[in-house]
Design a binder for this molecule. Sequence first.
Ligand code: MF3
Ligand code: CO
Ligand code: CO
Length: 277
Amino acid sequence: MTTYVEATSKKKRMHGIIPLHGEEGFAGMRKAGALTAEVLDRVTAMVEPGMPTDKIDRFIYEFARDNGAIPATLNYRGYRYSCCTSINHVVCHGMPSDRPLREGDIVNIDVTLILDGWHGDSSRMYAVGEISRKAERLIDVTYEALERGIEAARPGNTTGDIGAAIQQYAEAERTSVVRDFVGHGIGRLFHDEPNIMHFGNPGTGVELKPGMVFTIEPMINLGRPQVKILNDGWTAVTRDRTLSAQCEHTIGITETGAEIFTLSPRNIFNPLGARAA
Ligand code: MF3
Ligand code: CO
Ligand code: CO
C-alpha cells in the first residue's frame, strides 16, 4: 500500500510514504531547477578536446557558491565532487578528474543544486568535437526516451507507465535500459520516495498524483544493460564496454500533466522544451 502525505515537515526518507508538494514547494523547485539548468547551459562551451573534467567541476562549484546554492553531491555519502562526469562507456557516477576530454568522447554531466533547501537535479549529454554516428544516435534515443517518460507522467497514470514508455521505445530502437539505477522523488530531500524505474509494465507501481515531485533519468546502452562498479566504489560502467548515455529532468505532477523544473533557459537541451526554430 502507498501512503501520500502533504510535504511540509518530513525530514527523512520514509519507506512507502510519498510527499505531495503544494505551491510553496513548486515555487522552490522552480528556482532550484532553473539554477541547475543554467549551469548545465553554461558548461556547454567548456566541453572541448583538452578540457579536464575537474575544471568543469570547479566551475560548477563556484557557480553554485556565487548563486547561494550548494552542490548536493559534495560530501554526499563520501562523494567529493560537485557533479558527475560520465564518459563513453561510463553509465553514471563518473568522477571528475584531470584526464582531458578527447575528440569524439560523449560525456554526461549531472548536477544537483540545493537552493533555499530545494533540490534541482538534471543531466545532459555533451559531445566533444565530432562524434561517431552511433554515439549521436544513442544520444537522440536517450533524449527521446526521456521525452516519452515525461509524456507518460500525469495524474492517473502510474510509475510503471513511465518505465514502460521508456523501455518500449528504447528496445524498439535496439538499445537497452539500465536497471541498476532509477529516478527518484526529490524536494527537500535529494533522494526520496518513490523510485522511478525506467522499465516495467503499464499500470503497475504507484499511482501518480498532483504534487508528486521526482526525477526521470534513463540510462540507455548501445549494448547489453548490465553494469559493474569500478574499485573506486562509484564509477558504473557497461559490462560489455559499449557506449552509454543518460539525461535527467526534475518534474512535478500537476492537475493536467507535468511541469519540468529543469528546462534549459537557452533551449540548448530540448526534451519537451520549446524547439529552436
Ligand atoms: N545526481 C545523481 C542522481 O541523479 C546522484 C549522484 S550521487 C553522487 O541521482 F554521489 F554520485 F554524486
Ligand atoms: Co537524480
Ligand atoms: Co542527477
